[in-house]
Design a protein around this ligand. Structure first.
Ligand SMILES: [Zn+2]
Ligand SMILES: [Zn+2]
Length: 178
């Protein structure tokens, strides 16, 4: 959805749309969207400054970071963005020095703003870094892959970080090979 900035006013205008999942191009190993992404946005313009207050919601299936099981994640994020016209090159350095801490400031080119870009960006920002199927997911056995949420296995119990267990196993194998 393209917003023509010359049609915006100093008072807020509401925009609402659904972006089809396939238009988001979410990499399949990250997750699979099970619904369209919904955006509600209030936009206003004061001279060259465009403010976007938005709320984005989406449902997707993601693999659990401990047991790899696919599970549903519901995203519901609010955000606020400020846009200025992209500065011409000689002004750019000054602008950077002034606004180094202002992470929510972006620039627009020409007289339009593409809402799809905003939705895509906000979706990626709101994805959980370590999705979990449940808060206390017990994970998988590092040796045989048994899902500890479903039962136990006969592998020797590993204490501590499972990554070290894999390393230890590799070192033991090396010693046997010698
Ligand atoms: Zn899990
Ligand atoms: Zn096991």
């Amino acid at each position: 959805m393209i917003v023509h900035l010359d049609k915006l006013h100093h008072y807020p205008q509401n925009f609402s749309f659904d972006m089809p999942a396939e238009e988001c191009c979410l990499p399949a190993d990250v997750g699979v969207l099970t619904s369209a992404i919904h955006l509600d946005a209030r936009m206003r313009r004061l001279y060259d400054e465009i403010t976007v207050e938005g709320r984005m919601s989406a449902q997707l299936e993601m693999p659990c970071s401990r047991c790899l099981k696919l599970h549903e994640e519901c995203l519901d994020e609010t955000f606020e963005l400020t846009y200025f016209p992209r500065p011409v090159e000689e002004d750019f350095v000054d602008e950077l020095e002034l606004d180094e801490s202002e992470l929510t400031v972006s620039y627009y080119d020409g007289e339009t703003l593409e809402l799809h870009e905003i939705v895509r960006e906000q979706l990626f920002l709101s994805l959980p870094a370590k999705p979990l199927c449940k808060e206390d997911c017990a994970g998988l056995c590092p040796s045989c892959g048994q899902d500890f949420n479903e039962g136990t296995c006969d592998c020797p119990k590993v204490e501590g970080d499972p990554r070290f267990a894999v390393l230890k196993q590799l070192l033991t194998q090396k010693t046997v090979e010698k």
